[in-house]
Every structure is written in C-alpha cells, then in structure tokens.
Design a binder for this molecule. Structure first.
Ligand code: HEM
Length: 493
C-alpha cells in the first residue's frame, strides 16, 4: 500500500468535500435561492467583488428576493439579507447575537487594531458606554468653529485655484480628503496634521494602505495564509511602513494627551478623562486606547470625505438641485463670509434632504456584515452558526417599492413626499447602520457635512467634466476611482 498516495488522496478528498461538495451540495444553506457559481475555486467572487458592487447586490435582490445565497473564495457561502424584519432583528432587536463579520479580518485588524469596531458583547457595551459621552450633541456643537474653519479653508483653496479664470477643472477628492483629516486631527485629538500645506505622512500612509488592498484575491488569500503579508516584497514593505506610520501617529497622540496638564474638549481628551475616572479593572488598556484612536482617525475622515465628494458630484450632475440648494442657503447667508450657526443650519430643510439623498444613493458603506452565533431558522431556512450575513445597504436604498420608480435619480425632494416618508424606517435607510452598533459619529458627520456644504455651495458652483470617467469601487468604502474631477467656478453674489 502506498501510504503517500493514500495521504494525498485523503487530503484532496478532504479539501474537495470541505470547499466544494459540502458548501455547494450538502449544506442546509443550499436551499436558499441564489446565482449558480461561476468558478470552481472563486465561487461568485469575480462578479460579486466587481467594480460596481452596489449594482451587483441590487440585481441579486431583484432576482432572488430578501434572502440570497452566493459563494466567495473557496465557495464560502454568504447570505445576503434585505428582508426588513430580518434586518431589524440583526441590527437592532438582537444585535448582540450577530457579531461583525469581516471578510478581510486580518487586514482590517492591522488597520484598526482591537477597538470598538471589532469588540463584541460586554466588551463592546463597556467601550461604547465610555465613548458615548464624547459624541453627545453638546460636545459636537463645540466642534462647529473647527468645521467652519475647515470649510472656509477648502473654499479659499479652490477659489485660489480658479484665480481669474471662468472655471477650473479640479480633482476635488484630493483636498477634501486632506481637510477632513485635518478636522479629525483637531476635534479628535487637538492635533494639527496641516495636511493641506505639508506632505502629510499619515494621509500618504492611508492612501498607500488602500492602494495595496486593491486585489481581492490577494486579500482573500491573506485571510487563509497571513504569512503572505510578511513576505518581503516592495508592496508588502510599503504596506508595513504605512501601518507603522499609523501606529506611531496614534501612539504619539496618546502620549501628548497623557503628558498634557490641561484636558481639552477633543474626543481623545474626553476619552482619556472618562477612562481615568473608571475603576482599574474597567479601564481601557493602552492597546485598546490606541485602537480607538486608529478607529476614530479612519472612521472620522474617510467616511465624511467620501460623502462630501459624492454629494458635490451629484450636485454637479443635477444643476437644478444645486441651484435650489444655493437659493435656500442664500436666503440665510447673504454675505459670502457669513459664519453659520448650529440653529441656522437647522433651518435649511432642503440641505437636509440633499444630505440624506446623497447618503441614500451612494452610502459609503454599501454593506453591513455580520454572522450568527447560534444555529437558527430565518424565514424557514436553517442557518448554521457562523454563517456570514450580509446586509446590502446600497441595494436596500435602491428598492423602488420604498423610494419610488425614480430610485436611480438624485432627487432630494423625495424626502418631502409624505407617501415615501411614511415608508422610511431604520430597516430601509441605514447609511449609519442602526441599533446598538450604529455609527458613533453620526451627529458629528451630520454637522460637519452640513457646515461644509453650506459654505462651499454658497460660494462655489460645480459642473461635470465632459471627458472625465471614474469607477465606483468598494475597498472598505464605496469611492470614485481614480478620484473625482469637477469644473469649479465662483458664485458672484
Ligand atoms: C457620513 C459619515 C459616516 C458614515 C456614513 C458612517 C457610517 C458608519 C456605519 C455604517 C457604521 C456601522 C458599521 C458596522 O456596523 O459594520 C459606523 C460605525 C462607526 N462609526 Fe461611523 N460613519 C460616518 C462618520 C463617522 C465619524 C465622523 C466618526 C467618528 C469620528 C465615526 C465613528 C464610528 C465608530 C466609532 C463606529 C463603530 C461603532 C460601534 O461599533 O459601536 N463615524 N459608521
């Protein structure tokens, strides 16, 4: 008997069973409808992880309904869930039965550490309780002067770029990302990144981490074989240098806070203060604190810069909407240098509609990903524990039964339609997710983005560039790649 042959055949048989026969023919999940696999090893990855992921999920939902099965690398089954009752159960009513699922856990942990984003159950409750007060509305209102300063800086830099010309083609995504990083530096850590005037190491580090995450096959393989990231290649070396830059920046920010005699009102000061007041066994460890800083750095600027860029794009594409918004702003902000107050922003009802419509049509997180801790039955189907459950925010935001037949158009007025308003709930409008794990920075993002839009649209006009093309790509967030070029001109009023 050739033992080697038996060993090889057993191994091949095991892999064949585990990664092909079981997930595709024997698992109880096979009863859930879904598309046929396209590749023996990649499952449906090629089409699912294509450039325009949002559209892919819209089509799956349309074709197969509120629960859809598809397969990723090595035929791992994922269940797409858009049924509103299940969305509510997973995000809100039984949130702690469904921890976060990270398709690229290894890479995500390297970028964010073991902070609130990854925490689950009691650890999450403890961290959330500690971080909540920093994001209370009274604190967020204190951030307003920094938002105004950032928005004015952006307006001035673009105005200078236009100079005496009628209009200028500007890659808006470049400066938007830098200014939002400066803002989270100030309101988050009382720290000046000055990324618009200096070549910010941190902003370069983020760009290079995202650029090196572009191949889904490589990212998928890293999950199974983490050593692939450790091999010394120019791409991996650049990746690790960038991760170290982010770690060092977080450590320096914490050290400055701990050494400072005066506690400011920035998010980290408030966090360090509430941490110091807790009994020793409840306090955040240094690693946890560093992870929160890394989480806030990333969550605090990548999301807002993405939403601002998309909103300016949709306003450029819909000049009538842009005019209507500017008219509303001009009613309140007569002078170009008017400093908006919190109460004045609150009066701008169309601005609120524009903001919500931008979040509806392109939510920066097009997917919210979870898994189930226990075996359970959902809509009559058996879902074994540890099954990835994927909530497609983008596809839910593009359901014509809720949003109307013009669902693909950017139409802020739909938010004033009583018929549509009556259908909106926290199961079908979820740009910030919902329930106990919803976005901690939601209020801050609202105020920051509204301040920016008011000052920018008051003073500048945006139009599309005829020959410019981009792709909507989802690497963590849904972004325009290679960036967004728009025609920008001054408003002479
Ligand atoms: C328009 C801007 C933003 C959008 C669309 C957004 C969206 C989201 C979403 C969808 C989640 C839930 C992710 C999940 O459950 O898998 C989330 C969580 C989170 N966001 Fe945001 N976010 C934005 C801005 C911010 C800002 C400005 C901050 C902080 C400075 C922030 C901090 C967080 C944190 C800490 C969590 C984790 C909360 C937890 O797990 O308890 N976000 N965000």
């Amino acid at each position: 008997m050739n033992y080697y042959l038996v060993a090889v055949l057993t191994l091949v048989g095991y892999f064949l069973y585990k990664y092909y026969i079981y997930p595709l023919y024997l698992s109880p999940l096979c009863k859930i409808p879904g598309p046929p696999i396209e590749n023996f090893i990649l499952g449906n990855s090629t089409s699912i992880l294509s450039d325009n992921q949002g559209e892919v999920y819209v089509n799956l939902k349309k074709q197969y309904g509120g629960m859809v099965r598809y397969h990723l690398l090595l035929n791992e089954p994922n269940i797409l869930i858009s049924d509103p009752k299940l969305v509510q159960q997973i995000l809100v009513t039984r949130s702690y039965d469904y921890p976060k699922h990270f398709p690229n856990k290894v890479s995500a942990k390297q970028l964010l550490g073991e902070g609130i984003f990854f925490a689950h159950g009691d650890v999450h409750k403890r961290q959330r309780k500690m971080m909540n007060p920093s994001f209370a509305i009274a604190n967020v209102k204190e951030m307003m002067p920094t938002f105004v300063q950032g928005a004015n800086q952006l307006k001035d830099l673009w105005t200078n770029q236009i100079g005496n010309k009628k209009e200028e083609r500007i890659t808006i995504t470049n400066l938007v990302q830098k200014i939002t990083l400066d803002i989270i530096g100030l309101v988050g850590f009382n720290y000046e990144f000055n990324s618009t005037t200096t070549d910010s190491e941190l902003s370069r580090a983020y760009n290079s981490v995202f650029a090196s995450s572009s191949s889904f096959i490589f990212l998928g393989l890293v999950e199974y074989f983490p050593f692939l990231r450790k091999i010394s290649t120019p791409q991996n070396n650049k990746y690790w240098n960038s991760i170290n830059t982010i770690y060092n920046a977080a450590d320096n920010l914490i050290a400055e806070q701990k050494n400072s005699l005066i506690r400011g009102k920035d998010l980290l000061s408030l966090l360090v203060k509430s941490n110091e007041n807790l009994p020793a066994d409840e306090q955040l460890t240094h690693n946890e604190l560093r992870s929160q800083v890394m989480t806030l750095l990333l969550a605090g600027h990548e999301t807002t810069s993405t939403v601002l860029s998309w909103t300016l794009y949709y306003l450029a594409k819909n000049p009538d909407v842009q005019d209507q918004l500017r008219k509303e702003i001009l009613n309140v902000f007569i002078s170009p240098n008017h400093i908006p107050s919190f109460e004045e922003l609150d009066q701008l009802k169309f601005l609120e509609c524009v903001f919500k419509e931008a979040l509806r049509i392109t939510p920066p997180s097009p997917l919210i990903t979870r898994y189930n801790l226990k075996d359970e039955i959902m809509n009559g189907y058996v879902i074994p524990k540890n099954t990835p459950l994927i909530i497609p925010s983008y596809a839910i935001h593009h359901d014509p039964l809720i949003w109307g037949e013009d669902v693909e158009s950017f139409n802020p007025s739909r938010w004033l339609d009583p018929n549509i308003k009556s259908k909106i709930s926290n199961s079908n409008f979820i740009p910030f997710s919902a329930g106990p794990r919803s976005c901690l920075g939601m209020r801050m993002a609202h105020l920051e983005l509204k301040t920016f839009l008011t000052i920018i649209i008051r003073n500048l006009k945006f139009g599309l560039v005829d020959d410019f093309t981009f792709k909507k790509r989802t690497i963590g967030l849904c972004k325009p790649v290679p960036g967004m070029d728009l025609l920008v001109s001054k408003v002479d009023l």
